[in-house]
Structures are given as C-alpha cells and as structure tokens.
Design a protein around this ligand. Sequence first.
Ligand code: FRU
Length: 524
Amino acid sequence: MHIHPLILPALAAVAHAASYSGDLRPQIHFSPPSNFMNDPNGLVYDSKKGIYHLYYQYNPSQTVAGNQHWGHATSSDLYHWTNQPIALSGDKPEEYIFSGSAVIDSNNTSGFFPHQDDGVVAIFTVDTPTLETQNIAYSRDGGYTFTKYANNPVIDIGSKQFRDPQVVWHPETQQWVMTLAYAQDLVIGFYTSPNLRDWTHASNYTQKGLPGAQFECPNLVKFSVDRAVSKETSKYVLFISVNPGAPLGGSGTFYVVGNFNGTHFTSEVAHETLLDFSGDNYAAQWYSGIPENEPPVSIGWASNWDYTAEVPTGPLEGWRSAMTLPKTHTLTKVNGAWVVTHSPFHELSTIKGRQLVSKNLKSGNVQTNFSGVPSKAVYFNVTLKDIHDAHPTGQVNFNFTSSSGEYLDGGLSLDKGSFWINRAGTHLFTIKDNGNYTSSFNTTIPSFGKGTFSFSGVIDRSVLEVFLGEERTQIGTLTFFPTSPLDTLTVSAEGLTNQTSVSVKAWGLQSGWNSTTGSKRFRA
Ligand code: FRU
C-alpha cells in the first residue's frame, strides 16, 4: 500500500500521540492506538501467566484497510489493555498477514519448543495479489515476538480465496483441527494435523441457504452443555461470518449447532441463527487456552465492512474501529431450540464504578446525568417483573441524550413483542453519508417466559451493546457518532399493566486505559 508523502507527517503525529481521550474513543472496548483495525486474531489465553493476548488485523499506516499486519495488545482482565509492538508483518511488498488464530503448544507437538511448555504458535493467512496460503510462526517468549516457520506455507491449494484458519485441539482424536473458509465457494474446510506443520484435508461443510457473497473467519467452538438441557455433555457450534450480503446489510455472523467427530461437522438444526440483531458485530473469534471447566470467551469486531472506511473517527481522531466487549457464552435451549447466550466477561467487575441510579417505577421516567463519569461509559440494567403473560402491554424505553439535542434510543415493546435500537438521533455520521449505515434495528422477543424480562446495555462513547432476556439469548451491537458526548440516561415506562414493575439500575464504568493513553509500552 503506497502512502502519499504529504500525509506522512500527519500519520507519524497520530502514531506517537496514541491518545485514548477523544470524544468518540471507547474507554472499555479495545481500539487500536492509531490507524485501522478489523478482525480479532490469535486470541489466546496464557493461563499460567494469566495473560490474554489480542492480536488484530491492523493497517499501521492508514485509517482504512490495506497493508495488513497483526497488531497486538495484552490484558489480564480483557478490559485493561497494554498495547504491544506489531507481532506479524509481511516479508515483502504486497504480502499481507490476514486473519488467523494462535494456540499454546504445551506438549511441544510442533517441535518448536524443546525447553518450554508455553510456546505459542500463530496460524494465519498470507495474502498476496494472486494467492492466499496458510502459514505458521512460533513464539518462544510467550507471544510477544514470532519467528516464521522456514517451510511455510503449510497449506497452499493455489487459491486466492482461501483464508482465516482457526485452530483448536481435539482431545478425543489427539490432533489439531483447522477450520477455514473457501471464501467465495461459500464452503468451510476442516484440516487436521498432529504437529501444526503437516496438514491433511479432512472434510468440507456448507450451510445451504446462508446469504452473503463470501464466507470468512469461521470458528469451531466446543460448548459444555448442562445436563438439564440435553443428555449430551457437549456440542460444537460453527460460527460463520459472511460479507457482503448479510441480511442486515454488509457483514454479519451466523452460527450452526451440531457435532464434530474430529474430521466432520454435522449440523443438528434446521437453519442457522444470526449472532447479533444489529449491524456492528463481525468476525468474532473464540479464545484458545480457556480452561475446560470455564465458559468460552469471544471478542468480535464492532464494525461493518459497508461503512468502516467512512466513519468519522478516522479524520477526527486518527483511528478506526473498536472490538466488541469480551463476552462469555453458554449453549442452552429456548423453546426446544439451541441458542448461544452472551454475557459481558466477568460482568464488567474489574471496571464497574459508582452506582448512578437504582429505582423502581411503574410509569414515567428515571433520569441520571453521567457527565461526571470521566469515561462517559455506563452499564445499565432494566428488569420487568409480573408481566401480564396473556396480554403483555406497554413500553419500556431508554434514551441517551446530549446537550446538543442528539440521542441514541431503544426499548422494549411489550405489545409488539419486540426490542429496538436506533442511532438516527446522532448526527456526526448518518445514512446520508453512507446509504448502508442503517439507522435502526429490531428483534422479536418470542416470549416473556415467567413474567420477567430484563435487558441491559453498555454505552461507551461510540459503541452500544445490548443484552436481552433473562438468559441473554440476544445481543445487539451498534456504533454511533454524536457531535457532542451523550451524557444523560432516561428510562421511561408507559402503558404497562398495573401489576408490572420496572427496576432501573445504572453504574459508571472505569476506563480500561491508563489516564489518557494506552501507549505507555507501545513502540510505533
Ligand atoms: C474479514 C476479512 C478476512 C481477512 C481479513 C483481511 O473481515 O476480510 O477474511 O482475513 O478481513 O483484513
């Protein structure tokens, strides 16, 4: 990627400043020190040291995609991040490091680690103008610096549309399994290996009827299942990201629940499920190295290929794109159908600050001004009790407002059995700037179960995430761009039946960045 010499000084200034203090800069969602980020890559937890690694698709020289590297950051709680030097770069011009994964090879299956049990192997796509191949690199210093394997590539089928390897250990067959995308064939491939170097094609899988022009960033994830839900103790879920042409516009992610026997995935469901009912959650990756008895952990990319190159954080603050919140997941059944549940990692405990409000209401408003919360990031929770099961009526809405008159709103319609979120009231970037920047999204709430329903959300300057239902079976991730910060939350209830009550709670969240900068250990 060639950069015009005139813009170099400006880029250098941005890279050195690496300021996390901009009005649009998320404070508890990860975003890169400067320039452009997309997919999370190489998510691996070093359980011995208690360190989570986050690598990511990174263009260190521009605020749009291109010139792809693996950027790197580390954290001990997935909210407080330390930026690290770039982990992987191409070896020659027009050679880019595309998405992939990382594993800890504690048994030295690869032979790269004769003297240690914490060696890290990264498995990634090398993209050139004519070819995409799968490659590996090893790290003997716990994931900070990598050496590329001398006999790369480890898989080359002569294709330009073959990428995004995600590798897991399959204990039953004692081998590594790679899941990756034959992107434009709309097929997922599985390869197996005893040593991460030599790979054998095992099978292909396709999900008929899945929309989209390309499959990308597949993830095969093992879930433990509660005995009360199924007699099987575990299931596999295959996550497939599609772009362009996802049903909500641009890029989006689906999942299919089934089984995996070491070589073949079989679906057990009639159709795929959309991961997120809103527009800004793509290419999520699941952490490798999470202990077996703990729930899977994921991070996604909180943006959309349809407009990620246009959003105003580029020209205004020198960066583009944030990750989603880190989340833990379970697999359960609702009305007989498999669903993945989503919770903020550790319920935000390491960043949860002062409680802003705790009130019950039957009608009217609860309001809290959080301009005194330095991060301007807030977690809110709304719980409805004693919903009339035969005829639920009324609405409970939330509205974040700014002194500029802008707003970001959403809410639950009991009459319609739906939940909506809407960014049309924020004006720095609008549908006029980009026709695919859809204003609002909604989803059906199939039932109010036992008369109780809760929803919660995190607002973080330019990212909103909502979690719906007692079991948090639905999520909505939405970016938005106000001209001045949103700093007041109003929750209102209207038209509820007499017995229904609403509890509203909100907390300030503490920034995950050290004062104004995450750049302390960042070497540009
Ligand atoms: C998905 C994706 C991947 C690719 C990477 C390039 O967002 O297109 O398929 O590896 O981004 O940055």
